[in-house]
Design a protein around this ligand. Structure first.
Ligand code: NHR
Ligand code: GAR
Length: 195
């Protein structure tokens, strides 16, 4: 069984969909849910599912990203994960962290990469007049939202769409896409999955 650590900063709906998928024949099991935000709603959801939780608050490190990441690494490594899934984790990671887990990290990003790396993806897609939006699961490399894309799902952008409406439409697809890509990743399958 592969041990999967999940990193969150917020409500953790993607974390829940990943954790629920890891049963039966699935090659992975959740070993840790870690948040950089102490009030993240996903922490209680993880505890309710019986998954160990940890908090490493970036604010304790006063802008020293390497010190924050060293603390993250020492907590995460206690759980000996084989893979790390970022699910709404909102801190940019430096090569210090990335190189420690090279080839083991996935992220879900709410855009059709390579479009709209970074933040405020839905607003940017609406403002650009795009006909569709979506989400991508990618390997995490030092280049922000720039690692190899392993899976994508698309949704239409409709007349009068708002950021919130589009975000919830995309989130439904995220909950299908991420578990499917994680399972393939743990099985060593490398092709692109499109939903
Ligand atoms: N780090 C690396 N090196 N590579 C990636 O691909 C990463 C990453 C860290 C996070 C998630 C990403 C997303 O899916 C992610 C991918 C946060 C920011 C950001 O600007 C940007 C992209 C992503 C996550 N964060 C601000 C910061 O200063 C803080 C914003 C906040 O706290 O609300 O770190 O979109
Ligand atoms: C998701 O839409 C995810 O794609 C996005 O944040 C949301 C987290 O929701 N991630 C990013 O924007 C990363 N910068 P969740 O906490 O309910 O999974």
């Amino acid at each position: 069984m592969k041990r999967v650590a999940i990193l969150i900063s917020g409500g953790g709906s993607n974390m829940v969909s990943l954790a629920k998928s890891m049963t039966g024949d699935h090659p992975g099991r959740p070993c840790l849910v870690l948040s950089n935000v102490p009030s993240a709603g996903g922490l209680q959801k993880a505890a309710d599912m019986g998954i160990p939780t940890e908090v490493v608050d970036h604010r304790d490190f006063k802008g020293d990203r390497e010190a924050f990441e060293s603390a993250l690494i020492s907590v995460i490594d206690t759980y000996e994960p084989d893979a790390i899934a970022m699910a709404g984790f909102m801190r940019i990671l430096t090569p210090h962290f990335i190189s420690h887990y090279a080839g083991k990290m996935l992220n879900i990003h709410p855009s059709l990469l390579p479009k709209y790396k970074g933040l405020h993806t839905h607003q940017r897609a609406i403002e650009a007049g795009d006909a569709e939006a979506g989400c991508s699961v990618h390997e995490v490399t030092a280049e922000l939202d720039g690692g190899p894309v392993l899976g994508q799902a698309r949704v239409p952008i409709v007349e009068g769409d708002t950021e919130d409406a589009l975000a919830s439409r995309v989130l439904v697809k995220e909950h299908l896409l991420y578990p499917a890509v994680l399972e393939r990743f743990l099985n060593g399958e490398k092709g692109l999955l499109t939903l």
